[in-house]
Design a protein around this ligand. Structure first.
Ligand code: HEC
Length: 228
C-alpha cells in the first residue's frame, strides 16, 4: 500500500495528472467507505451514517479530495469516535479520493437464484420445499453487475446449524476466479429433507471475495413438508 501510494503521490507533487493511480486510490476508498468497520475493526462504516453518496449526509461532501477534513472530523465528532486511531494516512487519502470520485469503476456483486424458467431472480435467500425424505435442488448465481472484475477468495462454503442437510453438488465459483464485469458464476445446491423431521431448516452459503464484506452470503431455508 505504502509503495503504491508513494508512486501515486510523486506525479501529483510534480503537477502531473495522476491518471489511473487516482482511480486506484478511489476504488480502495470506496471499499473503505463501505467496509471500514470490518477492515479496521471500528465496527462502524461511513455509509451507515453518511449514506450511499453522492450528495451525502452530514456535510461529508466537503471531504472530497481533502483527507485533512476527514481527519479533523474523526478527531472532533463524537459519533465518529470508534474510528479514532484506526485509519492511517493512506486510508484518509483513499477515502477523500473516493468522495471526489464516487463513480469510480468498481465491482457490484449481486447474488440470486435461477428459476426453472432460467430467469435470474436477485435475492439473498434460497427457499427449498420438498416432502420429507426427498431432495430439492436450486441454482445460485453470483453476478458481477459492476464495471471491473472481482477476485473470489473461496469457493462456496455452507455453514450453520443445519449445514449437514445442504450440499453443493456443482460450482464454477472457485477460489482465485477473477469474475469479470458482467459475468456470473453458478453454484448448484441441494436440500435433503431428512426423515423424520418436518419443519424449517436453515444454513448459510458464502463465497469469499476481495470486495465489500469480504464475501457474499445467502440464507438457505429448507422446508420439509410431512407426508400426509
Ligand atoms: C456513527 C455515525 C458516523 C460514522 C460511522 C461516520 N461519521 Fe462522519 N459524521 C457523522 C456526523 C453525525 C457528522 C456531522 C456532525 C455535525 O455536523 O455536527 C459527521 C461529519 C463528517 C464529516 C464532515 C466534517 C465537516 O467538516 O463538515 C466528514 C468529512 C465525515 N464525517 C467523514 C466520515 C468518514 C470518511 C467516515 C468513515 C470512515 C465517517 N465519517 C463515519 C457521523 C458518522
Amino acid at each position: 500500500m505504502r509503495l503504491r501510494l508513494a508512486q501515486c503521490l510523486l506525479p501529483m507533487a510534480a503537477g502531473l495528472a495522476a491518471g489511473g493511480c487516482w482511480a486506484q486510490d478511489a476504488l480502495r476508498g470506496k471499499l473503505l467507505y463501505h467496509d471500514v468497520g470490518r477492515l479496521s475493526g471500528s465496527g462502524v462504516n461511513c455509509i451507515d451514517c453518511h449514506g450511499g453518496v453522492p450528495g451525502g449526509l452530514h456535510g461529508i461532501g466537503r471531504a472530497a479530495g481533502r483527507p485533512e477534513v476527514i481527519e479533523a472530523a474523526i478527531a472532533a465528532i463524537h459519533q465518529m469516535a470508534p474510528l479514532r486511531g484506526r485509519l492511517g494516512r493512506a486510508d484518509l487519502l483513499d477515502l477523500a479520493a473516493y468522495l471526489a470520485r464516487p463513480d469510480v469503476p468498481s465491482p457490484d456483486l449481486r447474488p440470486g437464484t435461477v428459476g426453472i424458467d432460467g430467469v435470474f431472480v436477485r435475492g439473498e435467500r434460497v427457499a427449498f420445499e420438498v416432502t420429507v425424505g426427498g431432495t430439492a435442488a436450486a441454482t445460485v448465481r453470483i453476478v458481477n453487475a459492476g464495471t471491473i472484475a472481482v477476485r473470489l477468495r473461496s469457493g462456496p462454503r455452507i455453514a450453520g446449524v443445519h449445514a449437514g442437510l445442504f450440499d453443493v453438488t456443482a460450482s464454477d465459483c472457485s477460489a482465485g476466479l477473477e469474475l469479470a464485469a458482467g459475468r456470473a458464476c453458478s453454484i448448484a445446491v441441494t436440500f435433503r429433507a431428512a426423515v423424520p423431521t418436518g419443519g424449517l431448516r436453515s444454513a448459510s452459503l458464502d463465497v469469499g471475495h476481495d470486495w465489500v464484506g469480504g464475501g457474499t452470503a445467502l440464507a438457505l431455508i429448507g422446508h420439509g413438508v410431512p407426508v400426509r
